[in-house]
Design a protein around this ligand. Structure first.
Ligand SMILES: NC(=O)c1ccc[n+]([C@@H]2O[C@H](COP(=O)([O-])OP(=O)(O)OC[C@H]3O[C@@H](n4cnc5c(N)ncnc54)[C@H](OP(=O)(O)O)[C@@H]3O)[C@@H](O)[C@H]2O)c1
Length: 88
């Protein structure tokens, strides 16, 4: 399964829309802060799970079964970006 983060943002949404033209929806999952904002993807058969870079446990759940993960970096710069992207 291919997991995409930031799928409710500008870049991530376009990535998932493009992926849906290339692979079956059942092979795509999104890790998002607010699953309700990804309802249109869920309606198409994409697995939608809550995942936030500030909550490592949520990422473990959202990335479950991943063979590939596409991380869309957050819309922050500097120390805050480093803090959110650092592995825990
Ligand atoms: N837009 C482009 O064409 C483009 C091109 C090249 C590179 N980029 C880079 O790609 C990144 C995203 O850009 P964007 O334009 O797509 O920005 P965006 O629309 O603001 O999207 C940012 C995404 O990151 C998510 N996010 C923020 N904090 C998070 C956290 N703590 N945990 C998990 N997800 C979090 C947001 O979730 P919510 O939806 O819940 O807010 C949103 O989905 C930026 O680093 C930008 O520099 C963008």
């Amino acid at each position: 399964m291919i997991i995409v983060t930031g799928a409710t943002g500008q870049l991530g949404r376009q990535i998932v829309e493009r992926l849906l033209t290339r692979v079956p929806a059942a092979r795509i999952g999104v890790s998002v802060r607010d699953p309700q904002k990804a309802q249109t993807f869920a309606d198409q058969g994409v697995r939608v799970r809550h995942g936030s870079f500030t909550d490592a446990d949520s990422l473990a759940h959202a990335f479950e079964g991943a063979t590939q993960v596409l991380i869309v970096s957050v819309d922050k710069m500097g120390e805050e970006a480093v803090r959110q992207h650092r592995p825990r």
